[in-house]
Design a protein around this ligand. Structure first.
Ligand code: NAD
Length: 402
């Protein structure tokens, strides 16, 4: 529980972040505290609180730990109780917004949170929804609170950082801000403006769509790259050669990503949220999902066609995180690949530089023992690895050649 001054104050802290121990909430809290705000982090996952209070990051986030050590216990504090929102001026919500088994957004957690906040919420609060949400969610939240007698100033300010680099990007990226009232917009402007970045003001639903379109666009770009790779590979061609021919000194193809597993906690589910919001009429989004989610099975089939007999073969999946140089396994397609390989009868070894899993082996051990090596994610440290002759290698990112 936060210790409060015995003297009455207008508020004990400027900002309280709900979901404050997560990948979005924690870096945001650190950066806001470093910018001079008094910040409280509130989260239902109290297991990691001692770690954060000791100045240790619970996950990889470049440049975060020195800053955390600098601000924790000073103007950044951990809260154990949702009642602490009563002591804050601004409340920022950064809880997860997953999709359910029908690929529709799970809305209950946000409204359950609204119920928990209700007794402590005031009309002079500024409530900023930062999580990525289904279009119309911010309005639905406003209506829900209003029907229960609360009318805080509400804004939507979607988070756009790339995971792992939030500390840098929060101080660089323009912030999209959208309030239902001039007070809400001014509050969001005041908060994010202090980070020294541009602010872009739009309507609330425009802000929700901005974020969903960006993630769906990225997901579709990866799908285009993966589809091109599959077409070339099925024809027995080396896609790297085609990719180089397409992109070398040719500026219109500069933004074509490399093929590779595209999933993680955001791109897939946000593309599906957008589809759900559009009566499931999002042909490009669904096509992207089928291509990206189909890549692990495609690789298994390709290996079979090229002569790999999986039963009795040791296959190594090198890199398990959902993207390079972070420790996050959430929704990583490397796990889907491992499952398919085991189903085919292969003995599968997994390795990752950053994910701690006692079943994983070292990269050196994997390279020595596996007859087939599939790069699951191209962590930078893999670039210096030398593979022995005679291994079958699937390396969509060209990790070992560049
Ligand atoms: N991870 C990213 O890079 C990223 C980038 C942009 C946007 N987003 C979006 O931000 C949101 C959060 O994503 P994340 O990756 O930080 O998720 P996360 O799971 O890392 O963090 C969410 C946190 O919220 C906490 N939480 C859940 N329900 C709560 C409740 N009722 N009260 C208090 N705390 C609660 C969880 O314990 C967790 O610590 C999602 O909507 C996501 O799509 C994520």
């Amino acid at each position: 529980m936060i210790q409060y001054s015995s003297h009455p104050m207008p508020h004990d802290f400027d900002v309280l972040i709900i979901g404050g121990f997560g990948h979005v909430g924690l870096p945001l809290g650190i950066v806001l505290a470093d910018a001079g705000f008094t910040v409280a982090l509130q989260d239902i996952n109290q297991k990691i609180r001692p770690m954060i209070e000791a100045g240790q990051m619970p996950f990889m986030e470049h440049d975060a730990e020195p800053l955390l050590k600098k601000v924790i216990g000073k103007n950044l504090r951990c809260s154990t109780d949702i009642a602490d929102i009563a002591r804050a001026k601004t409340i920022v919500i950064t809880i997860g917004t997953p999709v359910d088994e029908y690929l529709s957004p799970k809305t209950r957690p946000l409204f359950a949170l609204a119920d928990a906040m209700l007794p402590h919420l005031r009309d002079d609060h500024c409530l900023i929804l930062r999580s990525t949400v289904y279009p119309g969610t911010t309005l639905a939240l406003k209506r829900y609170l209003q029907q229960r007698g609360k009318q805080p100033h509400i804004a939507n300010c979607p988070e756009r950082i790339v995971q792992g680099f939030a500390i840098r990007e929060l101080r660089e990226l323009p912030q999209v801000i959208a309030g239902f009232s001039p007070e809400a917009t001014a509050c969001a402007r005041g908060l994010f403006g202090k980070l020294g970045v541009e602010t872009i003001e739009v309507e609330v639903e425009e802000a929700e769509l901005t974020k969903l379109f960006l993630n769906a666009w990225r997901y579709m770009q990866f799908a285009a790259a993966n589809q091109f790779y599959m077409i070339a590979a099925e024809r027995g061609l080396d896609y790297d050669r085609v990719y180089r021919a397409m992109t070398h000194n040719y500026k219109r193809a500069k933004d074509l990503p490399r093929p590779g597993f595209a999933a993680g906690p955001c791109l897939f589910k946000d593309t599906m949220q957008l589809a759900a919001a559009n009566r499931n009429q999002f042909l490009l989004g669904h096509a992207a999902m089928m291509v990206n989610e189909g890549l692990p099975a495609f690789l298994v089939t390709l290996l079979k066609q090229r002569g790999t007999m999986f039963a009795g073969t040791t296959v190594g999946v090198l890199g398990m995180a959902f993207k390079a140089d972070i420790d996050d396994p959430r929704e990583a397609l490397s796990y889907k690949l491992v499952k398919l390989l085991r189903f085919e009868g292969a003995e599968v070894l997994c390795s990752d530089e950053y994910i701690r899993d006692p079943t994983f082996v070292s990269k050196e051990d994997l390279i020595k023992r596996a007859e087939v090596i599939v790069v699951g994610v191209p962590h930078s440290t893999y670039r210096s690895l030398v593979l022995p002759e005679g291994k079958v290698v699937v390396d969509l990112w060209n990790t070992f050649r560049s």
